[in-house]
Design a protein. Structure first.
Length: 173
């Protein structure tokens, strides 16, 4: 059949994760980031030699990923006396239908995370979203910078645009 009603009533499931992610991607206006006012908004805390990404809801190309109240811990090594640079990121892997918080480290600079696939075009691809940069020396975490942005509500975006047009900070082309 060349035509499919995605939300057709059925006794068996007929809506896939990809169907929902595609819809959600456009509902969020194509933005990636964390959803404001949910949990701790992907905040962080330091617990000994571990960096903990706190609770919240993230959106990556329409795939919604929730971190619960326990957070996700990224360990560092107390035995490494040289400063190391960490990049913490969300990874959504559609081939395995999984999401993980991962980190990369480097002794000279913040590592670049691998490039992402477009999950709308490649339904078995992998996408990544940079969340944090931090440094660690002998397990002491410092220089924390939140890299992920909050997703603005559409109403707030429209209101800011309207105000900008009225006060002249936004100039129409």
């Amino acid at each position: 059949m060349a035509l499919r009603l995605i939300r057709q009533e059925s006794d068996t499931p007929n809506v896939t994760n990809h169907d929902d992610a595609r819809m959600v991607r456009y509902a969020y206006g194509g933005y990636d980031g964390y959803v404001k006012d949910v949990g701790d908004e992907i905040g962080y805390e330091v617990n000994g030699a571990s960096f903990v990404v706190k609770s919240g809801l993230m959106v990556l190309q329409g795939w919604e990923v929730e971190i619960d109240a326990n957070g996700v811990s990224i360990p560092t090594s107390e035995s490494v006396a040289q400063k190391h640079y960490f990049s913490v990121y969300l990874e959504v892997n559609c081939a395995t239908d999984t999401a993980e918080i991962k980190s990369m480290e480097d002794p000279t600079a913040f590592p670049d995370i691998p490039a992402s696939d477009d999950l709308t075009e490649n339904t078995i691809g992998t996408a990544r979203l940079l969340l944090y940069h931090f440094t660690a020396t002998s397990g002491v975490i410092a220089d924390v910078e939140k890299m992920v942005q909050g997703i603005e509500y559409a109403g707030a975006v429209v209101e800011n645009l309207r105000e900008g047009l009225e006060d002249g900070t936004v100039k129409p082309a």
